[in-house]
Design a binder for this molecule. Structure first.
Ligand code: SAM
Length: 501
């Protein structure tokens, strides 16, 4: 509603007021709404309605998940998304017992210098990114501080954590996206605060351009074919997910569409989608279809049928070839994974006689890259399919000095290294960390170096606290930004054994 739409008329005064009002709004209004919807449970509850109120807050410091701790003058403290430390805002909040729920931001009365204009029009509603309003330099500082803080919480002081390796262009990096469909059949991502709601997207600032092209094709197709999305509340509807992959190195693209059921005419319509993807998605060469009648919102890709093209696409990382199917785990930011891989190799300081253990090895990304520099690598991974994939990747790249073991690291690592301890241990555990048992057995193995790749500074701190008493010293901590615009923090820590315990 721009003021230029008004003409000189009796409405002119209203028009001028509107213009002034719009100007004021543009000064104070920030994000698109991030309303937390009332749940069905509390809908219409008068006492909760009454508990809604406006509060003035000061944003104090980042939480560990990309929101900000805010404080009212009465001393109330709660988490708020989309603010920056140092900002002041007026918020509408709702009291839910001892909790506070932020319903919306009314006005921002002090703005941080590090605030920037989000690129994506869906920012603030879409659950894909949380930090597009933060200048990239500030995102990197925030991530470094998170690593220092994770260590500190575990009683480890290491303030010399290196500056985060950021991306030159911190957008359009993801080589894989899992889209869902709105009830009207538009492809998008889940809302930040409501997993049942899907925010329709016309573009996605963090996906590779070929994936954005697939996103547009999916929506154009479903609208043209009049196909509804799946309703997570009633479990009715048709279109569920579209998992889209695009190889950064080869440009090959794959789309896997899941529908709730088969429908008359659906298979013919899928032919139309394939044609559209061929025309619009650069590199598109593989299309799978999955019928998934299960409740819940998890992706089930096991029962897939290849309807078009080749069964897999090829990606390259560290000079090696990787074959990716719809379900294969692979690093999502290929560009930054190149730097991560080079860093891990650098910190291992490989020599031709070295034995390395790569724990939580997934499809063998670190194992295979390291195997080219050392005598032997042992990889341990709990998911048997990932181990099969790792073995296949080794074979495809002509690497024969790697042995992969399927099993829980806790039991498998001590078993397979008994009597023949590794010189260096590399580990890349999931968010929960490796745990005391694994860290103690690494400590007992007496490895001279340890390289710990972490996606969670808190579990990194806890795990390192288990290891240090075995005579290890932190040599370097290098965060690498694999996930710009999101609060996720990746870091690599190298440790050397200085003294015997
Ligand atoms: C962060 S990923 C590591 C990925 C790997 N570095 C790669 O690039 O392919 C963590 C891996 O640990 C595996 N994992 C989780 N718990 C495990 C356990 N207890 N024992 C062995 N592997 C485990 C997961 O299946 C996953 O592949």
């Amino acid at each position: 509603m721009g003021s230029h739409a008004c003409t000189l008329s009796p409405g002119a005064i209203v028009c001028r007021r509107l213009a002034r009002y719009e100007k004021l709004l543009s000064l104070i209004v920030m994000q698109p709404e991030y309303t937390i919807k009332k749940s069905a449970k509390d809908g219409g509850n008068e006492s909760l309605e009454e508990a809604e109120r406006l509060v003035q807050v000061i944003a104090e410091e980042w939480t560990s998940n990309g929101t900000v701790w805010c404080c009212t003058k009465e001393g109330d403290r709660f988490e708020v998304p989309y603010l920056l430390p140092g900002e002041r805002a007026q918020l509408r909040i709702r009291r839910m017992g001892r909790k506070r729920q932020v319903i919306g931001e009314i006005a921002r009365t002090a703005t941080a210098a590090a605030r920037t204009q989000p690129r994506c029009p869906a920012f603030g509603r879409c659950g894909g990114c949380l930090l597009q309003h933060v200048a990239y330099e500030e995102q990197l500082q925030l991530k470094r501080a998170r690593v220092i803080d994770g260590l500190k919480k575990a009683g480890i002081s290491f303030p010399q954590v290196d500056e985060v390796w950021g991306m030159e262009v911190p957008y359009h990096y993801r080589n894989k996206m899992e889209f869902s469909f709105t009830l009207e059949g538009m492809a998008g991502l889940h809302a930040r605060a409501d997993w049942q709601e899907v925010v329709p997207l016309h573009s996605c600032s963090i996906a590779l351009p070929a994936i954005e092209a697939a996103l547009a094709a999916l929506t154009a197709w479903s609208k043209g074919a009049g196909l509804p999305g799946y309703d997570r509340r009633t479990q009715e509807g048709l279109l569920r997910h579209a998992a889209v992959r695009s190889s950064f190195a080869t440009g090959e693209g794959m789309v896997t569409l899941s529908t709730q059921r088969d429908d008359p005419g659906l298979q013919a319509a899928l032919g139309g989608l394939v044609q559209l993807l061929q025309a619009q998605m650069p590199g598109f060469c593989s299309f799978y279809w999955v019928i998934d009648p299960q409740a819940g919102d998890a992706l089930h890709l096991q029962q897939r049928r290849l309807l078009f093209g080749q069964p897999s696409i090829q990606e390259r990382l560290g000079g090696l070839r990787y074959t990716l199917g719809p379900e294969t785990f692979f690093q999502t930011n290929t560009q930054q994974a190149e730097h991560l891989l080079a860093l891990v190799i650098d910190l291992v300081q490989p020599t031709p006689s070295m034995q390395i253990a790569d724990l939580f090895c997934g499809v063998g990304t670190f194992s295979l890259a390291l195997a080219q520099h050392v005598q032997e690598v042992i990889g341990v991974e709990i998911v048997p399919e990932a181990v099969h994939q790792a073995v296949a990747n080794a074979k495809a790249n002509g690497i024969d000095n790697v042995r992969f073991f399927a099993g829980d690291v806790r039991r498998t690592f001590p078993r397979v290294t008994a009597g023949d301890p590794p010189d260096v241990v590399v580990l890349d555990p999931p968010r929960s960390g490796a745990g005391g048992k694994v860290m103690r057995s690494i400590g007992r193995s007496g490895a001279s170096r340890i390289v710990y790749v972490s996606c969670n500074p808190d579990s990194l701190g806890t795990d390192l606290a288990w290891l240090l008493p075995f005579g290890y010293e932190i040599e370097r901590v290098q965060p690498v930004d694999l996930f710009p615009q999101t609060p996720h923090v990746e870091s690599v820590t190298s440790l050397v054994r200085r003294v015997l315990p």
